[in-house]
Design a protein around this ligand. Structure first.
Ligand code: HEC
Length: 200
């Protein structure tokens, strides 16, 4: 049977491909069977072995689920944040002096532009957040120390994020240095004063 079909084939089969010609013909159509390359078969074999190992590890040997891995990573982050809070929640006057003498205000302007501008607007004139250029204060008390406290801890119930979780220590000090240059500049078109008046 196979010989007869091969004899009748209308395919232009090269001599070295003759052995690849399959025995059957449908509506006069025949096909060649090219075996898969060995690299493909090897890769396939490896994926099967991997799949068995993967299945056994995650189903029977208590391999961590994605949620477990997430929780592990997340608790590391929480621990780092906690540590950061413990070490830096108190304003350090000496550190602040170091930051201001190292171009703190200029660097703070960049931090401000990237993080604070959407709420406190250009030059601190206020928008969602209060005007930082007047002599009225809602939660800070005009000094770098109290501004640091607000920036570090935020006032999340009122919409001011806690930047301890989002910025580095230096960035927070730089932002404080920059924001401290705003007070009593009374920028034109600023938001109306909020809070209590503090003279200094
Ligand atoms: C999502 C909006 C938002 C962003 C972003 C934001 N703030 Fe605020 N900020 C506020 C609001 C709202 C308040 C007022 C909070 C309150 O009334 O308790 C505030 C208050 C403050 C105060 C105290 C003002 C006062 O009158 O006591 C300072 C200082 C301040 N922000 C600095 C910053 C700095 C620096 C950044 C950037 C690192 C920043 N804010 C980013 C919304 C924002």
């Amino acid at each position: 049977m196979s010989d007869s079909i091969k004899k009748e084939t209308k395919l232009d089969v090269k001599p070295d491909e003759q052995h690849l010609l399959l025995d059957h013909a449908y509506d006069d159509i025949q096909e060649l069977n090219h075996p898969l390359p060995s690299w493909w078969n090897v890769t396939w074999g490896i994926t099967i072995v991997f799949a068995i190992g993967y299945f056994v590890y995650y189903q029977f040997m208590k391999g961590p689920t994605l949620r477990d891995e997430f929780n592990q990573e997340y608790s590391k982050i929480v621990a780092i944040q906690e540590e950061f809070r413990i070490q830096n929640s108190a304003f350090n006057q000496e550190y602040y002096a170091g930051i201001t003498s190292d171009d703190g205000v200029t660097k703070g302007a960049v931090v401000y532009e990237n993080n604070c501008l959407p709420c406190h607007n250009e030059n601190g004139k206020g928008d969602i957040g209060p005007n930082l250029t007047d002599d009225h204060w809602l939660i800070a008390k005009s000094t770098p120390e109290t501004i640091y406290d607000v920036v570090f801890n935020g006032s999340e119930a009122n919409g001011m994020p806690a930047w301890a979780e989002l910025l580095t220590k230096d960035e927070i000090y730089q932002a404080v240095a920059y924001v401290s240059t705003f007070k009593n500049t009374f920028v034109k078109g600023g938001k109306e004063p909020q809070g209590i008046k503090i003279e200094d």
